[in-house]
Design a protein around this ligand. Structure first.
Ligand code: B16
Ligand code: MG
Length: 221
């Protein structure tokens, strides 16, 4: 069979860490007298840590010094790390292991492409790190999604042409990044939100092996 590269986003695709980001950002926002809702948290999905704090400050109409900005980011991350400390395999989203195992059995390239600087710790917690031949996370990139950098580095690390890569993503910015990279974009979530994706599935339980085979054998320019 031909070899393709399959690049997975982390939060919202492999595990749901959005709930922990929410708790940590909410505490931080409240300490600044800014209210922060779950709807606003949705808008931070796939967004970098720096940009997330900038957005929260914008919503609260607050300006702070650079020094305070840095210390707030550290504080948020310390709290987030406390939440993820107890993560285990039970937090892996449905059928992710089935798809990973299938891809590995079929000798396909498998990589991670996440905005999170904590991606490696999380993969270790859920015992999936060794499934990935390449890991690209927030520590490896200088440009945030929708810039395609994270996925292009992933393809390069796998040694596979971008047009032969497939991206699984739950965020609009991530789907746009995959499209800009000329990769096949697969949205995981709501088709109304992820309408720019080539395909959308509610979750991995809807993805059949036949569909993966079709992706592997289809030639693209
Ligand atoms: P960290 P993904 C993203 O992960 C999250 O969706 C986003 O909410 C978070 O702000 C970002 O990682 C940075 O995370 O603070 O851990 O570096 O969806 O790209 O896997
Ligand atoms: Mg995500």
């Amino acid at each position: 069979m031909a070899k393709k590269g399959f690049i997975f986003d982390l939060d919202g695709v492999i595990v749901d860490t959005a709930k922990y980001h929410f708790l940590a950002w909410q505490n931080l926002a409240n300490s600044l007298g800014i209210s922060f809702s779950e709807e606003q948290n949705e808008q931070l999905k796939g967004v970098s840590r720096v940009r997330s704090l900038e957005k929260i400050l914008e919503w609260g109409n607050k300006t702070i010094s650079e020094k305070d900005f840095t210390s707030l980011m550290t504080k948020k991350n310390e709290e987030y790390l406390n939440y993820i400390e107890t993560m285990d395999t039970s937090e892996i989203l449905p059928d992710v292991p089935r798809i990973l195992e299938y891809l590995l059995t079929e000798e396909q390239g498998v990589a991670l492409g996440s905005a999170s600087k904590n991606a490696r710790i999380i993969l270790e917690k859920v015992l999936l790190k060794e499934k990935f031949q390449a890991i690209v996370d927030g520590t490896d990139v200088s440009k945030a999604k929708p810039d395609p950098e994270v996925f292009l580095i992933g393809a390069q690390k796998l040694g596979i042409d971008p047009k032969d890569c497939v991206v699984f993503e739950d965020s609009v910015a991530g789907i746009q990044a995959a499209n800009i990279a000329n990769m096949v974009s697969i949205g995981i979530g709501d088709p109304k939100v992820l309408h720019e994706a080539d395909y959308v599935f509610k979750d991995f339980t809807e993805i059949k092996e036949e569909f993966i085979n079709q992706l592997v054998t289809t030639k693209r320019n």
